[in-house]
Each structure stands twice: as C-alpha cells, then as structure tokens.
Design a protein around this ligand. Structure first.
Ligand code: ADP
Ligand code: MG
Length: 571
C-alpha cells in the first residue's frame, strides 16, 4: 500500500506533526481557560520527563517525584512571596534543593532492593509534607502562601495566558531535548541495562548504584523545575503540591504515555490533564479516571501510547555495522588469577569451602563436580556477585578480594551465566552494552560488538531480538558479550548445556581460539567428551572443597572423583 505521507511515517515526523498541531491549537484557538490547562499539562510533562529517566530508563520505582515537585514549588513560593526574590534566583534554587535531597537519600538506599527503594522514597514525600504543614511560620501551614510573583527576568514579567504557556512549553521542549539526548547515548543505554538486568550490568563494568543515583538526581532536577513553574502558574503554593495525587499523576502519565519515552511523558501529560476536562461529569473523582487509564494501559498497552504508535510505524531499518577489531594487546603469560582458601557459606551451607586454584594465561581450566558442589558460587565470588567470607583473590598480582562486580569487570574479569538471558532488544545492542564503559561513542562500541559477534560466528544475529533467541544461540551471544570485554580472565558457567554435538565441537574450537589469544579461561561443564580434550587442567569440586586437580586424564581416573562424580555421570 503506498503511503500518503511518507515523511510522517517516522517517529520524528509524527512528533513534528503533533507538535505543530499543539502549537496551532495554543496560538490560534485555545481560550484562556484552555491555555491554563495546557500550561499545567506542560508543568506535568516536565515532571514526568524526569520521572521517565529514573523509572522508565533506570527502572527504579521512585515515589519521590511528587516530593521533588513540591519542594521546588515551596522554594519558589517561599522565596518569591516572603522575600520577593526574582525568578533567576528562585528557579535554580528550586532545582538545587531537590537535587541535594536526592543525593542524600539516594546514596544509602539506591543499592537496596527496588521495593525498599520505593518505600524509602515514599518516606521522603511523607516527611516533606509533614514539614510543610507543621512549619506555618515558614510555609504558611495548611493554607500555604499567596502572592507568588510570575516568571520575570531583567525587569520583564511574562504575562499570563499565551506568553506563560509558551514559556512553560519552551522549558518542556528544552528539558525534553536534553532528556532525549541523554537517553539515546551511552548513559541511557547503561541505564536500560541496569533496569533490565542489573547483575549482567555489573559484570559488564557498569556501576549500578552510581548510575541509579545519577538517574535519581536528574529526576529531582526535573521535578524541582516543574514545581517551580507550577507555582509561577498558580501564584500560590499550598500543601497540595506535596500530596500523593501529584505522584499518582506523574506515574500515570509516564505509564500511559509510554515508559522511558520523552514523547510518552508529553503525550501522557497532555492527554491526562485534558481527561478531567472532557469528562466533566466526574468532577472531583478524576483520580478514578487516572486509575482506570493506568489499569487499561498496563493491561492493553504495556508500552503505553508511544508503544502503540511505534508499532504502527514501520520499524527503523537495521543499519549494518562494520565490525572493527580492537587493537591487539601484548599477550600475557603465566598465572593471571589466584584464588587462595576462598570460602562462602549460605546459612549453614558451606557452598565454597577453602578453595585454592589458579588460572594461567592462554590455558583452559575445567571445573567439574556434582550439582551443588559450589561451581557457580565460585564463579560468583571471583566475578564479585557474591562477597567471600574468607580467603583471597589475586588478579595479575593485585589483591582484589571483596571488590564489587563492576570494578572486577573493569580489572579484566568477564563471565557468562548458567542460565543465559539477554535483555529485550537487538543482539547487537546487548553486546554493545559490554563496551559502554570503555568506548568513547556508541558507533565504536557497536563496531567492537560486531567484532565480538563475528568471533563466535554470530554476526548475522545482530538485528535479531536477543530475548527471543533459542537458548543455544543466547549462550553464543552471551559469550560474544563477555569476549567484547577483552577480558584477561573468562569464566564460563556451563556454556555447552543444551548444545548439539556439532555445536559443542564449534564452541570448543572457539574457546580454544580465545585461550590461544592469551586469555585465562575457566569452563564449567558436565560433558567429559567435550571438556577433557579442550582443557589443560581440571579441578573437581565436591561439597565446596577441591577433591582433585591436575591433568585431565589424571583427574578423570582419580578414584575419589569417579566415586563422587563421574561414576554416576551420564557419559
Ligand atoms: P553448582 O554450580 O556446583 O551446582 P552452586 O554454587 O550453585 O553449585 O551451589 C552450591 C551450594 O550453595 C548449593 O547447596 C546451593 O543450594 C547453595 N547456594 C548457592 N547459591 C545460594 C544462595 N544465593 N543462597 C543460598 N544458598 C545458595
Ligand atoms: Mg551451577
């Protein structure tokens, strides 16, 4: 079917047309009252854009966006009405106070599980509301403060009506562009991985806590700005700006509009602020409408209105990325990783119990043992996903015991997971994530990711959806992702599980090639036909302890190993 408006069939085209329509409505048609609704919609759009960054991109359910909004409102309200300070002074301060609060609260709570984070941020909102009501000398108490000046700078005040609407929407445009620019770059990609798979993000060198903190503080800046503009619009500030409906509105706007999308925040705000106007008969019960819209969106359109629009538009053509090899480094030799007396207990279970082993550059070490013998836990300890109770880990002569996963990843440790999983999105994007902390641009990261995919024979999978791949291919992509880190140590947790014999032979050749490049490789595997020819040494664990280690043939013939493990192995 020929498209009548080919230039509209891109997201940018749709945005431009929608923006122009909104502009024409505001400039030519809207009544003073309608302009006011539109202005308030702009204020909420700004708050929701910030919320998209912390909730939509970073996946942290912050319930503090309403509080940041309210604090921004009170800073402008108090300084403007009590002290007569002008917009150029009050506006930056309305951003600064929420920012400082976000840093103070975010630092301790952002490493918590997400539901604790949500509770902690809800606590902020409650405390701030209580303060506002109970400090009447400062805040005007329950009545609030009237007589807040309008937006004015250099002696010129922005009058109400069209000029004020234009000023607020100019702020939305500027904030929206900034957020869009941040979201599409390396930072936005890192945040999305933190949202989709925080463990993988950490093992790919991303500091999950710091990224979440940054997203939270940016959301606070947007919230504060929106609150300040709200008060300039209303000319009064009262505890209403801190109450829960503000937060509910922002959350609804983000979800109905489309999680993580700047356009979703704008679309959602314009729509939800107009819903009560269109459904006048509901009067004060607009929260019911919001609740219904929220439920409807979650059930029918989980990616919101922008998600629906994106599905109607043709998908962007995949641009082929020319793979680019990274500069070969000097091949190391000798021992790269030493583990000495490493221990970890979970409650009464000694999962890893005084394990000592070392990995050599250019060599493949096999790690075998019955289920539950501590193989995965050992990899978790060495890659920083678990903290050891005792023992030492030494990497290239440097003690790294107890380091966080992202720091170990940056020091040269890469791993795959026993259950290979990839975030939704293209395979190329998934592997590109492994380069975000080291390549200067997305283009360079993609080119290096292409090279890593090529090395495992998976370049053709680049445009496919990683989450939808069969398990065997997911494992292969996960291996590419680990290789893209150019690791000194590569830890593979059952990489051959579920592969056919041909695929296993192919994987063995690729692992051998990686080791030949100077990487110290550890492979966990149950299939001895696959493992024994591949490895230079074998370590056998049983009950968290090293049962035997040495040359493959010697370990395979060890009576203790046969009794504990190989005797009942299928091969
Ligand atoms: P393997 O990979 O060799 O099959 P694991 O390292 O997964 O073994 O597990 C070793 C032991 O530690 C098992 O008894 C397992 O139940 C226990 N374990 C592993 N991870 C945890 C955890 N996060 N919490 C509690 N117990 C655990
Ligand atoms: Mg395991």
């Amino acid at each position: 079917m020929p498209r009548l408006l080919p230039h509209v069939s891109s997201p940018g085209g749709v945005l431009a047309v929608a923006g122009a329509a909104l502009l024409a409505y505001a400039a030519l048609y809207a009544s003073p009252y309608e302009l006011r609704v539109l202005t308030v919609a702009g204020v909420y759009a700004l708050a929701a854009i910030g919320f998209q960054i912390v909730f939509g991109l970073a996946g942290a359910l912050s319930l503090a966006q309403g509080a940041f909004f309210g604090i921004g409102a009170y800073v402008t309200g108090i300084l403007g009405s009590r002290y007569g300070l002008p917009f150029p002074v009050t506006f930056p301060l309305s951003l600064l106070l929420p920012f400082v609060l976000a840093v103070l609260v975010g630092l301790p709570v952002l490493r918590l599980e997400s539901h604790y984070f949500a509770l902690a941020t809800l606590g902020i909102a409650q405390v701030v509301l209580l303060l506002a009501v109970n400090l009447p000398d400062l805040t005007g108490g329950a009545n609030g403060l009237a007589g807040v000046p309008g937006i004015a700078a250099f002696g010129v005040e922005v009058p109400r009506g069209r000029p004020l609407a234009a000023a607020v929407w100019a702020a939305v445009a500027a904030g929206g562009l900034l957020a869009w620019w941040m979201a599409r770059g390396r930072w936005g990609r890192a945040l999305t991985l933190v949202r989709d798979d925080p463990l993988a993000a950490a093992t790919l060198g991303l500091d999950v806590g710091r990224l979440r903190l940054a997203a939270f503080t940016v959301s606070a800046l947007y919230g504060g700005a929106a609150g300040a503009l709200a008060v300039h619009t209303q000319r009064v500030v009262s505890p209403e700006v801190l109450e829960f409906p503000v937060m509910v509105s922002v959350l609804t706007i983000a979800i109905v509009g489309g999680r993580g999308r700047v356009a979703g925040a704008i679309l959602g705000a314009v729509l939800l602020l107009h819903l009560p106007e269109w459904f006048r008969f509901l009067e004060q019960s607009y929260l019911v409408v919001y609740g219904a819209a929220l439920l409807l969106a979650i059930v029918v359109a989980p990616y919101g209105l922008t998600g629906v629009l994106e599905r109607l538009l043709p998908p962007p053509a995949a641009v082929p990325v020319p793979p680019r090899a990274w500069a070969e480094r000097e091949r190391p030799a000798g021992t790269v990783l030493c583990v000495e007396g490493l221990s970890k207990a979970f409650g009464g279970v000694r999962a890893v119990d005084g394990v000592t082993l070392s990995l050599e550059a250019g060599r493949v070490t096999g790690l075998i043992g019955p289920n539950g013998s501590g193989k995965t836990t050992l990899i978790n300890l060495v890659s920083g996903l678990e903290r050891p109770d005792g023992g030492r880990v030494v990497l290239n002569g440097r003690e790294v015991t107890g380091w966080r996963a992202d720091r170990l990843a940056r020091a040269g440790i890469a791993r795959t997971f026993q259950t290979a999983s990839l975030p939704a999105g293209t395979v190329l994007d998934a592997v590109t994530a492994a380069r975000l902390d080291r390549d200067g641009s997305i283009a360079a990261a993609q080119a290096h990711a292409g090279h890593a995919l090529e090395r495992v024979g998976a370049l053709h999978l680049g445009p496919r959806d990683g989450a939808a791949l069969p398990a065997a291919l997911r494992r292969r992509v996960e291996l590419a992702r680990a290789l893209a880190r150019e690791p000194a140590v590569l830890l593979l947790d059952e990489p051959a599980a579920g592969l056919t014999d041909d695929e296993k032979a192919d994987l063995a050749a690729r692992i051998a090639a990686v080791a030949a490049g100077g990487v110290a490789v550890l492979v966990v595997e149950h299939d001895m036909d696959f493992l024994l020819p591949l490895v230079d040494r074998v370590v056998c664990l049983d009950g968290g302890r090293v049962l035997a280690q040495g040359a493959p043939a010697a370990v395979a013939a060890d009576p203790a190993v046969i009794a504990a493990y190989l005797g009942d192995a299928p091969s």
